[in-house]
Design a binder for this molecule. Structure first.
Ligand SMILES: NC(=O)c1ccc[n+]([C@@H]2O[C@H](COP(=O)([O-])OP(=O)(O)OC[C@H]3O[C@@H](n4cnc5c(N)ncnc54)[C@H](OP(=O)(O)O)[C@@H]3O)[C@@H](O)[C@H]2O)c1
Length: 250
C-alpha cells in the first residue's frame, strides 16, 4: 500500500502516537490526513503543521452518531488507523466494573464500530489499508493493568478475523504491537507500576514512522520499536515465556 497520495484517518490524533502518526503520514506524502479527536478544539497544534492537508474531525469512537457522521465527512479515506485507546489500572477481580466496561467499550467495541463504518468508505475509494494499534500487552495478562491487556488481546483476534473478510474488498489489515512509548498513557500507567519505570521508552516519532513503513511494506504484524521486536521474536517461538514476562510486571 503506497502512502503517497493516500487519504488517511487517524483516530485519537490530538496527542501521543496519534499526533505523531499524522506527522509521519504528511512526511510520506499523504494527500490529506483526517485527524480524529473527541474534542476537535484540541487539534490546533496538529492541524497547524499543514492546514491544507490536515483536516480536524470530531470523532468519539464510543458514540455511534459521531462515528457515522465522521464516515460521511471523511468520505475519501483510503487508509484507516485505529489508534484511539484508553486504559484503567486495577485488578480485574476488584476494580470498578464501570472502568472495565469503558476500556472494552473503547479499545474493542469502539474500534470495531469505526471499522464497520469506514470499511465501505475505503472499499468505495478503490481499496486501501486498515491498521489497528494493539500492544505487546495483548500477549499476556498483566494483573494490575485491569482490562487493558484483555481489550488488546480481543482487538488482536478482531484484527485477525476481519483480515480475510476485507482482503477480497481490496483492503489490507495490519496489526500493530507497540512496546512502551513515551506518551501520557505510559506516564500515567507506569506511575502505578514501578516495575515499568526501567523499561526503555520509544519516541512517538520513531514508532509512527515504523508503523507507516510496515503499512507500506504490507506487513500483517508490525512491531514498531526495539522492545516490541524483542517480544515479537520471543513470542514467535516461546509464547509462554512472554506470558510469564508480562504477568510478572505487577
Ligand atoms: N504508549 C504506549 O506505551 C502504548 C503501547 C502500546 C500500545 N499503545 C496504544 O497506542 C494507542 C495510542 O496511545 P497513546 O500512548 O498515544 O495514548 P494517549 O497519549 O493517552 O492518547 C490516547 C488517544 O486516544 C484518544 N481517545 C481515547 N478515547 C477516545 C474515544 N472514545 N474516542 C476518540 N478518541 C479517544 C485520546 O483522546 P483524548 O485526548 O480526548 O483523551 C487520545 O488522543 C492506544 O490504542 C494505546 O493503547 C500505547
Amino acid at each position: 500500500m503506497r502512502v503517497h497520495n493516500a487519504v488517511v484517518l487517524v483516530t485519537g490524533a490530538n496527542r501521543g502516537i496519534g499526533s505523531a502518526l499524522v506527522t509521519a503520514f504528511l512526511e510520506r506524502g499523504a494527500t490529506r490526513v483526517h485527524a480524529g479527536a473527541r474534542d476537535p478544539g484540541t487539534l490546533a497544534a496538529v492541524t497547524a503543521q499543514d492546514p491544507e492537508r490536515v483536516r480536524p474531525l470530531a470523532l468519539d469512537i464510543t458514540d455511534p452518531t459521531s462515528v457515522s457522521s465522521a464516515a460521511l465527512t471523511a468520505a475519501d479515506v483510503t487508509i484507516l488507523v485505529n489508534n484511539a485507546g484508553v486504559y484503567a489500572m486495577g485488578h480485574l477481580l476488584e476494580m470498578d466494573l464501570r472502568d472495565v466496561e469503558t476500556v472494552m467499550n473503547t479499545n474493542w467495541l469502539g474500534t470495531l464500530r469505526v471499522l464497520r463504518a469506514f470499511a465501505p468508505v475505503v472499499e468505495g475509494n478503490g481499496g486501501g489499508a486498515v491498521a489497528n494499534i494493539i500492544s505487546v500487552g495483548a500477549f499476556g495478562g498483566t494483573p494490575s493493568m485491569g482490562a487493558y491487556p484483555a481489550s488488546k488481546a480481543a482487538l488482536n483476534a478482531l484484527t485477525q478475523a476481519v483480515r480475510p473478510d476485507l482482503a477480497p474488498r481490496g483492503i489490507t489489515v495490519h496489526a500493530v504491537f507497540p512496546g512502551p512509548v513515551d506518551t501520557d498513557m505510559l506516564r500515567l500507567a507506569s506511575a502505578g507500576l514501578p516495575a515499568m519505570a526501567d523499561f526503555p521508552r520509544a519516541t512517538t516519532a520513531d514508532v509512527a514512522r515504523a508503523i507507516v513503513d510496515g503499512i507500506e511494506a504490507g506487513a500483517e504484524e508490525i512491531f514498531p520499536d526495539p522492545f516490541a521486536e524483542q517480544i515479537g521474536e520471543e513470542w514467535s517461538h516461546d509464547p509462554k515465556a512472554v506470558e510469564r514476562r508480562l504477568t510478572t510486571i505487577a
